[in-house]
Design a binder for this molecule. Structure first.
Ligand SMILES: Cc1cc2nc3c(=O)[nH]c(=O)nc-3n(C[C@H](O)[C@H](O)[C@H](O)COP(=O)(O)O)c2cc1C
Length: 145
């Protein structure tokens, strides 16, 4: 059974709402997944994941520093995830998801499109996009059937 871990950093719940919807999309393809706050994420779980999705809101034109540290720890742990997704809520510039995607690519992860950015609190339509991203990630992990 493939495993996907979704990790988020969210100050007021907007990026968390995206993470929860991504998980819903993954589960709709019968793959087990869970959304975890970055400080609850266990490195062992990250190491054994087939795919990971990482999300942070944008603060001062970048991702929040703890997410940067978290990604550094993934690098040190030599994670094996082949596929990934990057996401996050933003207000006006929205650099964080783009930077997350770049870092993931540096780790050799194939980041699927789109790098998903939602302005402020996600609407129902935005959440549908998040679910779609989760579904697409699950399909990648399962491979062609
Ligand atoms: C102090 C502060 C700095 C922010 N800096 C940026 C920024 O540089 N660029 C941007 O797009 N949004 C910025 N935002 C907006 C947040 O990214 C936005 O409110 C987002 O929805 C928060 O999502 P979260 O609840 O997942 O943390 C900032 C918000 C605050 C409170």
């Amino acid at each position: 059974m493939p495993k996907i871990v979704v990790v988020y950093l969210s100050t007021s719940g907007n990026t968390k709402a995206m993470a929860d919807a991504i998980v819903e999309g993954i589960k709709s393809r019968n793959i087990d997944a869970q959304a975890v706050n970055f400080h609850e994420a266990r490195i062992e779980d990250m190491k054994s994941a087939d795919a990971i999705a990482l999300g942070s809101s944008t603060f001062y034109y970048k991702m929040l520093p703890p997410m940067e540290k978290f990604i550094e720890s993934l690098e040190k742990a030599h994670i094996k995830a082949k596929f990934g997704a990057a996401f996050g809520s933003y207000g006006w510039s929205g650099e964080a998801p783009v930077m997350i995607a770049e870092k993931m690519r540096e780790l050799g992860i194939n980041v699927i499109d789109p790098v998903l950015r939602i302005q402020y609190q996600p609407t129902e339509k935005d959440l549908d996009e998040c679910k779609r991203l989760g579904k697409d990630l699950a399909i990648k992990v399962k491979g062609p059937k």
